[in-house]
Design a protein around this ligand. Sequence first.
Ligand code: 6PG
Length: 246
Amino acid sequence: MKVSKFDTISELSHWAADYICKTADDCISKKGFFTICMSGGSSPAMLYLLLATEYASKMNWTRTYVFWSDERFVPHTDGNSNFKSAYDLLLSKCPIREANIFSVPITGSPDESAEKYEKQIKNFFWEKSHTDYKAIPSFDVILLGMGGDGHIASLFPGIPQLDEQKKLVVAVTAPFYAPSRDRITFTIPLINAAANVLLLVPGKEKLKLIKQLVSNDSNDKKRKLPAEMIKQSETTHLLIDNDYSS
Ligand code: 6PG
């Protein structure tokens, strides 16, 4: 995991916007399309605004396909919807076609929705790059935040779905303290198949967790934070704006 420390959330968000635009350029020139998974929460808000304004002309939205690494099981018009936050801050302001936006289907039960989303993802990658249905699709960029309990996407500490190795998208019940208990989330195998993971953890509140994450010495599986289950790789970037080593 590569740790990048910035002085401000603005610098952090600019770095992330640059990284996404350059990766998109590279992917589109190499394979003709770019896939990015949006995160919920407040951490990516400035990044979304930058992509909608200062960086708008740097993104080829016609060749960009947008997904979500997790979603609350609420209507897309609900204030708690991760779709709504990314749509309001970014997607409603850029020239992206509806057909390029793959929101989590909020229909039927959470389990049915998770199954449906996994099928949509597999169909997309089969059509775009003939990725075998049995293979794990590799998103070009997955954006993540980290909760105060070390969760990523909607993979919360201690839930059985943390150990899911077959399914790529599952339904979970978030802990009592999280907004919207019914969630749909990518599993660790799908997150770790991504070509690039940007984990945005601005602010001071999570410094203790960042220390644990960076040391990544917790071999005790039970104590392992969900965030520690993200693969250690040169293209996994932890972006912070505070000095965890102080
Ligand atoms: C969600 C998010 C979640 C979020 C973290 C961090 O649906 O709640 O996807 O994983 O990224 O809770 O939230 P903040 O960015 O608001 O700290």
